[in-house]
Design a protein around this ligand. Structure first.
Ligand SMILES: [Zn+2]
Length: 186
């Protein structure tokens, strides 16, 4: 699935797992970090446009169990030794892999296998029923998650916009609370 859908999935899970902004950010990161291996595309663009690094590494070092296991001690430390949150991080990380297997077929029909045991195995996981990355199920899921995001923002009283501007975030949240209601509504 695309990065926007993954971000919404992570945030939606995060706000249900914890009310702390730092915890929600960690769970959102769990849903985004596998796609770190798509950054080969940036190098490819700099090198002139041929998708060499992207094709070689996408769905490999970010979308594998060893990368998840490397992250878990860091997450455990960042979450103040919260084993429950660390377990949720691993779960949401794997949800990203599952979402890619079921709904990330490329425009050219390529399935982009998930190399779960990379670098120890070059066996890629695929599913014959996989739909395209821009197919209607992904669009529907993303729209539903967007509505959920707006409703949850009204409830918890903040959005990721807070990282950029607290004032702008307050304006956005109060607008959403007028529309959806929320615990901070007077
Ligand atoms: Zn992915």
């Amino acid at each position: 699935m695309n990065i926007i859908t993954h971000a919404f999935i992570g945030w939606s899970a995060g706000v249900r797992i914890s009310t702390r902004a730092g915890d929600i950010a960690l769970i959102t990161a769990a849903s985004l970090l596998p796609d770190i291996d798509a950054f080969g595309a940036v190098i490819d663009i700099i090198n002139g446009g041929e998708a060499v690094y992207f094709s070689s590494f996408h769905h490999k070092f970010g979308h594998c169990l060893p990368f998840c296991l490397l992250l878990l001690p860091v997450v455990y430390w960042l979450s103040r030794r919260n084993l429950r949150l660390t377990a949720w991080f691993a779960g949401v990380f794997h949800l990203h892999l599952l979402c890619d297997i079921i709904g990330a077929r490329g425009p050219d029909g390529y399935q982009w296998p998930v190399y779960y045991l990379w670098p120890f195995s070059e066996t890629g996981l695929t599913w014959s029923g996989q739909w395209h990355i821009n197919a209607w199920p992904n669009i529907l899921i993303t729209c539903l998650l967007l509505v959920d995001f707006l409703r949850q923002a009204a409830q918890i009283g903040f959005t990721p916009l807070r990282l950029v501007s607290r004032e702008a975030d307050s304006v956005l949240v109060s607008t959403l609370q007028k529309r959806f209601g929320g615990r901070n509504e007077p």
